[in-house]
Design a protein around this ligand. Structure first.
Ligand code: NAI
Ligand code: MG
Length: 499
């Protein structure tokens, strides 16, 4: 049963109601940015060449923590998309589908190694362009992206083994559209399995975070991949739609909002194009009274506040067993008060900038709705930088299951708390959502973990940990969280036809 420690009890007696945060402050420890220079302008990477957009149009990508313009990026129109798909088709027919699988494997190993060598550059640019803390991009995003290329390099010449001895055929040209929350990692999740299985690719990164995908294009160029095997086109929704609708595309892979996912599903229906969708989530992180509470606090904090809650599988609904709710919330608020919000490039930062003004508006709107619906709000009182887009870590208690903050994906550092009394009630509440991407269970009892995992309708269930990833384990959702899996042996089936 969770209890407050002696020190916590003493503090409660002496200063009731006070949240205990930082007792000291760290000196700034910013990551260096003087070891690279971004181009002023990035063109489209089509057929192994940097091509000026036929649209003649460019847009700026900014750093959400300072609002400074980082670079101009080409905006691909229908003609540019057409050229990219044509280049991918040509590369498929001419080179990639004819190559020995073991040679595809070598190229993927080469990309993985080159990425390893440039890990620091990719981490810094990821944090600059998207606003996530360098701790995250350096220790999570980039290493996982590398691991993904290594993992799939290993599969390229063993696909028959992956499918129990049956032969497989590649699909052709894959159109891949990715979001802004894990720009490099999502590019790796999409490109690595597609290439390993013998397909060629046209990838469109999100409009607010195109830079690491463009650096990846430069790296792929250095790795001397046959021209057109990987094409990167930048632009916003219109560019994405042009890519999805292109008649010469064989497979569409999308990660992003459920709204756009549904639109894509409709556009692809009846065309014969293969489709996988990885959409939103509203994960329940379930804490039982017998859980190791201090450990659970770390999992709750990491599950929603690191990365500003810009994670589709974020543990955005905390389900706490009623008997420990007070103690857990007390511990949670104390821990939240120690979170450092600020410069994404500072090595001490836990919570960086919100990705865009649009996303910040959405978070503010939902938080206001939460307050209006009667939930109790606690936000960390920290000084937020004057420029850029910021939101303080926030937790709601007294949340009703039907309220918007309990149902809609907020995609920000905002946690909604509900309580339960029995495992069955926890399961019912956890599954009472349109989504089904992930869930977390915190308990001392192994039997309870298996019981819960079997009943939770979520693609991933983490036990006594949260947001742990590995290229060997498949990831994907149920219901409105989409379909298809990425990673693991299962993830390969999205990119092959078993014959
Ligand atoms: P979005 O779904 O509009 O953007 C994702 C990608 O799809 C971007 O590359 C975008 O350019 C592209 N896109 C947009 N419209 C398209 C269309 N009609 N056809 C093809 N591609 C299109 O997501 P957005 O607007 O950036 O964020 C809105 C909300 O979506 C967020 O607040 C969050 O709740 C959710 N979201 C979920 C993500 C996830 O990983 N599941 C990632 C990003 C956002
Ligand atoms: Mg940006």
């Amino acid at each position: 049963m969770g209890k407050l420690s002696k020190i916590e009890k003493k503090r409660d007696r002496e200063k009731p109601g006070i949240v205990f945060g930082n007792q000291w402050d760290y000196a700034p420890a910013p990551e260096a940015t003087d070891f690279f220079k971004l181009n002023k302008r990035y063109e489209l990477f089509i057929g192994g060449k940097w091509q000026k957009p036929r649209s003649k149009s460019y847009f700026a990508t900014i750093s959400p923590s300072t609002e400074a313009v980082l670079a101009e990026v080409a905006e691909a129109d229908d003609n540019d998309v057409d050229a990219a798909v044509l280049a991918a088709r040509h590369a498929y027919d001419r080179y990639w589908s004819r190559l020995a699988p073991s040679d595809r494997s070598k190229y993927l190993f080469r990309i993985a190694r080159a990425l390893q060598e440039k890990a620091r550059l990719f981490a810094v640019v990821e944090s600059l362009d998207g606003g996530k803390p360098i701790k995250e991009s350096r220790d999570v995003d980039v290493p996982l992206a590398i691991a993904h290329f290594f993992y799939h390099a290993g599969w390229a010449d063993k696909l028959e083994l992956a499918f129990h001895g049956r032969s497989v055929r590649s699909l052709g040209v894959a159109a891949q559209i990715i979001p802004w929350n894990f720009p490099l990692l999502m590019a790796a999740w999409k490109i690595a399995p597609a290439l390993a299985c013998g397909n060629t690719v046209v990838l469109k990164p999100a409009e607010t975070t195109p830079l690491t995908a463009l650096l990846l294009a430069e790296l792929i160029e250095e790795c001397d991949l046959p021209p057109g095997v990987v094409n990167i086109v930048t632009g916003a929704g219109k560019t994405g739609a042009a890519l999805v609708n292109h008649p010469d595309v064989n497979k569409v892979a999308f990660t992003g909002s459920t709204d756009v996912g549904k639109r894509i599903a409709r556009a692809v229906a009846g065309t014969g194009k293969r489709l996988t969708l990885e959409l939103g989530g509203k994960a329940a992180n379930i804490v039982f009274a017998d859980a190791p509470l201090d450990q659970a606090i770390e999992g709750i904090i990491g599950g929603i506040f690191f990365n500003q809650g810009h994670v589709c599988c974020a543990g955005s609904r905390l389900l706490v067993e009623e008997s420990i709710a007070n103690v857990l919330m007390r511990k949670l608020r104390d821990r939240m008060a120690t979170l450092r919000v600020g410069d994404p490039l500072d090595k001490n930062t836990d919570v960086g900038a919100i990705n865009s003004q649009m996303q910040l508006d959405k978070i503010r709107e939902l938080v206001a709705a939460g307050e209006k619906e009667g939930a109790e709000r606690f936000s960390v009182s920290c000084q937020l930088p004057k420029k850029g887009f910021w939101f303080p870590p926030t937790v709601f208690t007294n949340v009703s299951l039907s309220s918007r903050i309990a149902r809609e994906e907020i995609f920000g550092p905002v946690l909604s708390t509900l309580t339960f009394r029995t495992p069955d009630e926890a399961i019912e509440k956890a599954n009472n959502t349109a989504y089904g991407l992930s869930a977390g269970v915190w308990t001392d009892k192994g039997s309870k973990i298996f019981h819960m995992a079997g009943k939770l309708k979520a693609g991933v269930v983490w036990a006594n940990t949260y947001n742990k990833f590995d290229p060997t384990s498949p990831f994907g959702g149920y219901k409105e969280s989409g379909f298809g899996r990425e990673g693991g042996r299962q993830g390969l089936s999205a990119y092959v036809e078993v014959v």
